[in-house]
Design a protein around this ligand. Structure first.
Ligand code: E4P
Length: 217
């Protein structure tokens, strides 16, 4: 299972990268705005800065909602760095743009996916990644994890190569449940990754080991 961090915060990306378990980064316009990254030049430079921190794929989202605009923006983003993945919204022109980029061998991430039918379309269009937003489904009392299971079943039925990128992860249990269901990738905040480290028995066990060592040394 690949671990992506869902942030545009460079310090958090560095912290996750330093753990040695980071496989990539996802961003979106809201996450960029949260870090105060505005203006075309600053936004593009920020993507390059992220690529220079991590080894893996970095999703950069287009703002255009029409096919021509998505192609123009996506090509400019792809030219920034070989690690850039073009993130496209799940709308008709986004599906068309996904097909266009996948035919050219450019990686894509179809985002804002909330149903199995949408995920099927993304796979048909050759998406590298599909991003079902499980936390946002949970927020409206709909079982986000069930969507991951449905997509896994459908993709396995037809050996689609599109990777399931479980997005809108909110906490460690989402990560563990997605791993059980065979999600290829998860993207979440730093806390959803570092939270996996913690167990009180690890802490008390280590304290005891160190205490016993100190007695004889
Ligand atoms: C995915 O790529 C999105 O950036 C993200 O996971 C959305 O998460 P949120 O629902 O916490 O905003």
């Amino acid at each position: 299972m690949k671990f992506f961090i869902d942030t545009a915060n460079l310090e958090q990306i560095k912290e996750a990268q330093a753990l040695g378990i980071l496989d990539g980064v996802t961003t979106n316009p809201s996450l960029m705005a949260k870090e105060g990254i505005t203006g075309q030049d600053n936004i593009l430079q920020h993507y390059v800065d992220i690529c220079n921190i991590v080894d893996g794929d970095v999703s950069a989202e287009v703002i255009s909602t029409d096919f021509a605009g998505m192609i123009k923006e996506g090509e400019a983003l792809a030219a920034l760095h070989p690690q850039i993945v073009i993130k496209l919204p799940m709308i008709a022109d986004g599906v068309k743009a996904c097909k266009y980029f996948s035919d050219k061998g450019i990686k894509t991430n179809v985002t804002l996916v909330f149903s199995a039918g949408q995920a099927l379309l993304a796979a048909k269009a050759g998406a590298t990644y599909v991003s079902p937003f499980l936390g946002r489904l949970d927020d409206i009392s709909t079982d986000g994890l069930n969507l991951i299971s449905e997509i896994r079943l459908i993709y396995d039925n037809y050996a689609f190569e599109t990777q399931i990128l479980a997005a809108s992860i909110r906490h460690t249990m989402h990560v563990i449940d997605c791993a059980k269901l065979g999600s290829d990738v998860m993207t979440g905040p730093l806390s959803s990754i570092t939270g996996l480290l913690r167990h009180p028995l690890t802490d008390s066990g280590l304290a005891k080991f160190l205490e016993d060592y100190a007695k004889g040394n």
